[in-house]
Design a protein around this ligand. Structure first.
Ligand SMILES: Nc1ncnc2c1ncn2[C@@H]1O[C@H](COP(=O)(O)OP(=O)(O)OP(=O)(O)O)[C@@H](O)[C@H]1O
Length: 264
């Protein structure tokens, strides 16, 4: 069943326009968010006034047709892209007012991002790519955590390989390990199962669920796959840069039905 439509939504999960105070239990928040790409004739309103709160320790899937604004929303919420209007916050810190160096620090310390295109550095090995965020932050590697992470992603035999020597699915898993190695409060993952076969994809989704349940991390994932969305506590449905509906703990069939209703 599709829930509240529009940008105001239910008070428990969505909205709070204009409030500057941190919201307890909210890991990430967008308020009246607008992102326009390009100028003049080529202008695209990719996000068109979205307000949403993501509860701490929750697993959210973001779905919608190609071009509905999913990646743009994630990029803005993760501080990778500056909004045109509105604001975004991580754990109560308003990212829109931060200077670039402060934003970089928050991203490094509190946010993990898995890009659709992986964004691995071609000259570094898989291990060096995974450890890069720790190197950049000057933080020591927790050997046990590293071993557990690469083990659960099935990467232990691939650590000395460079990205060009890895399959698409292996590159995707390296990108996921890199996003998780710092134990970020919020993990944004743009189609993390897109390059994975169904068995590896299911293992990854189970692992992300574990991150939420055991470590209290917050996961926000873009996916086109109703099966993947079935792992989430909540599914946000986007259409034309707006929230067109949402589902709570849906089955894959319910997700599919909602997408059909949307025409996605
Ligand atoms: N850098 C950019 N410059 C111009 N237009 C852009 C840019 N990035 C995205 N867009 C446009 O903004 C709209 C939303 O794009 P976005 O990538 O956020 O959609 P999406 O829902 O993630 O799509 P997909 O499922 O295909 O990845 C699209 O019309 C897209 O062409």
């Amino acid at each position: 069943m599709i829930g509240t439509t529009g940008t105001t939504g239910t008070p428990a999960t969505t909205g709070a326009a204009g409030t500057a105070a941190p919201s307890p239990g909210v890991a990430a928040e967008a308020v009246d968010l607008v992102k326009v790409h390009g100028t003049g004739e080529g202008e695209v309103r990719a996000v068109d006034g979205i307000s949403v709160r993501i509860a701490a320790g929750s697993f959210t899937a973001v779905m919608g047709a190609s071009g509905s604004g999913k990646s743009t929303l994630m990029h803005c919420m993760a501080g990778l892209d500056r909004p045109t209007a509105g604001r975004v916050a991580i754990g109560g810190t308003d990212l829109t007012t931060l200077r670039d160096n402060e934003l970089t620090r928050i991203r490094r310390e509190r946010i993990g991002f898995v890009f659709q295109s992986f964004n691995l550095l071609p000259t570094l090995t898989a291990q060096e790519n995974i450890l890069l965020p720790l190197d950049l932050a000057g933080t020591a590697v927790d050997g046990a955590r590293f071993t557990a992470l690469v083990g659960s992603l099935g990467l232990q035999d691939r650590l000395s390989h460079r990205p060009a020597e890895l399959s698409g699915g292996q590159q995707q898993r390296v990108a996921i390990a890199r996003a998780l190695i710092t134990l970020p409060d919020v993990v944004f993952a743009d189609e993390p199962t897109g390059a994975l076969d169904s068995r590896t994809g299911a293992a990854l989704l189970a692992y992300l669920r574990l991150c939420v349940r055991e470590a209290g991390q917050t996961v926000v994932m873009v996916t086109h796959d109703p099966m993947a969305a079935g792992y989430a506590d909540r599914v946000l449905l986007l259409a034309d840069g707006r929230i067109a509906g949402e589902l709570q703990s849906p089955t894959p069939d319910e997700v599919l039905a909602a997408l059909r209703t949307l025409g996605a």
